[in-house]
Unconditional design. Sequence first.
Length: 174
Amino acid sequence: MKLVVAITGASGVELGKKFIEHLPNNIEVHLITTNNALTVNHFENKNNITFHNNSNIAASIASGSFQVDITVVIPCSMNTLAKIACGIADNLVTRAAAVAIKEQKKLLLAPRELPFSPIALENMLKLSRLNVIIAPPVMGFYSESQSVDDMERFIIGKWYDVLGIENSLYERWQ
């Protein structure tokens, strides 16, 4: 399986990092970040990750013929969300999302801002109607999390569930 992970914005970057950390090693990860130094330093020892410069619009993942299975943007800044909703593909993150939509592949966006403005909600609705998965990092209180790490594992586990990635990151409802 080929997976593109894009990390945008400033707050919530840790969730993007942990999303990758919990992935099975047999998943081929292509990482794009709008803040390369912070993320690249954290993952330089993982063998299944290919790093891409966000300004390299000619990267392999910018083409539908590369056949990526899933694209996620965690966290997804409101700027990136708006560009994707409007079809603006001016960097590798937005191009990879446009390719996912064009190729009808799974695309998950984790918007991170609160509260959502009416414009952001309209953009999310527009993308949802295109089968884009809109999945903000929302805590499920039934998970009985005891720590921030538990909460993060729950959220990441729910993202994996919707993407079809097997996991045991959280206690399932009995």
